[in-house]
Design a protein around this ligand. Structure first.
Ligand SMILES: [Zn+2]
Length: 69
């Protein structure tokens, strides 16, 4: 189950990139999404619906939590 995808999230897709990496940063999240391969830096445009289907896992390492006051 996919939790939350947002700009800046790092995701693992079901299919990796030909460069051998399989970690992608969401650099734009809209109707069309742009994802960047963290292995080679290539940017891929993908429709949001396709992206949701392609995601295997969302990594939390890129989240910037704001302190709660
Ligand atoms: Zn790549």
């Amino acid at each position: 189950m996919i939790n939350e995808i947002k700009q800046g999230s790092v995701v693992v897709l079901k299919k990796g990139h030909p460069c051998g990496a399989n970690k992608w940063e969401i650099i734009r999240f809209g109707v069309d999404c742009k994802i960047k391969c963290l292995g080679c830096g290539r940017i891929v445009l993908i429709e949001r619906m396709d992206l949701r289907k392609a995601i295997k896992k969302i990594l939390e390492e890129e989240t910037h939590e704001e302190p709660i006051e």
